[in-house]
Design a protein around this ligand. Sequence first.
Ligand code: UD1
Length: 427
Amino acid sequence: MKRLVIKGGKKLTGEVAVSGSKNAALPILAATILLNGESTISNIPNLLDVITILRVLKSLGIRAEYHAGGKVKIWNTGSVKHVAPYELVTKMRASFFVIGPILARKGLAKVPLPGGCAIGSRPVNIHIKGLEQLGASVRMEHGFVIVTANQLQGKRIYLDFPSVGATETIIMAATFAKGKTIIENVAREPEIIDLANFLNKAGAKVSGAGTEVIEVEGVESLHGIDYEIIPDRVEAGTLMIAAAITGGEVKVKKAIPKHVEALTRKLQDIGVSVKVDQDSILVKGNGKLKATDVKTLPYPGFPTDIQPQLSSLLAVSKGTSVVTETIFENRFMHVPELKRMGADIKIEGKSMIIHGVEKLSGAQVRVSDLRAGAALVLAGLAAEGETEIDDIDRHLIRGYENLVEKIQSLGGDIFAPTKKPALPNNS
Ligand code: UD1
């Protein structure tokens, strides 16, 4: 799928189930490096990023199979290699997360520096500082990070920023460290709790996940398990905004309402009705949207991964909204494209000032990154006329399982045209 065509103006209605969380699946699959024997992990979304991490595991000598219905079977015999391949780690940043478990398992890991991406430079200094504090020696060689340690030692570690990835790296590295590791100022995202639950089920001793301090008591080994990944809160949020922006009524099922509480509050401020049940969220837009201000923050604050989608909604909400991005330095890449669709947005430093317009108009637009792609899909659903989104394949397929089909099932007019081959000219 190279491009998507959306005919805007259809109200989305019906029920839709959320897939498993990409951002929980990736570190948990990396953590299988630590386990001995056979594991089955379910609710894994069928995404390009998941395929990439499975390829990384295979390159390390772990047998990994993706089965229909979102089950991944893993067989880890314990003979794990220590080098992660350049072409996979540089393709997907999250593959760098294998550094912690490889080091814990082997006492040596060689992993390429992942490099930046469209939304920011995304350094890994906090991951590396944490590994050093556990007693690892770190050096850089030809673009690879090489970490070694005879025996990692439990320590008290304070993170300079509550980085999601660094928290995960340090938890995984500390699993086999001698003694107790106390990590302060950690990320509190639901994906961290899922990783801790996964490790604990396999025999680890991780406590405090979901709070600002996590403790890891080192253990000798971990065993294979069956585990089910949590639902994807970013996908749930994107579908909630799809209902709101089209003035439709959508029940988002198989979701954890607590994980999207910051968005729920903002949608209610904007004038959207949101009713939560135990594992579903009913969102009803009435077409009367009003401006609000939003600032992205680490969880439980408003997630940066839903900021672009919310800004599409605010682009058609009456009044002036200020959206401030504090997590990534370059996460306004969707703004010039929204402006091509008639949005009135001005960027000032870390903030964008959005003056809501009556209607967006369909246009040809281009995608820079995953969540910017989702924002443009939402804008297209609300716009008058036809929106054509180019370069969609690399981005949307990386992060959303069957998003196009899900929107179609709710009545959205969205499709991926296949190019007709040119007919030979017989004249
Ligand atoms: C994860 C999510 C991503 C989400 C982000 C923030 C996955 C696979 N990805 O990414 O979708 O947008 O959390 O919620 O889970 N930083 C440093 N040094 C480091 C690490 C991070 O300066 O060593 C900075 C980053 O550049 C960024 C900020 O900290 O500005 C947050 O990054 P982090 O929380 O680490 O995000 P990721 O784990 O990469």
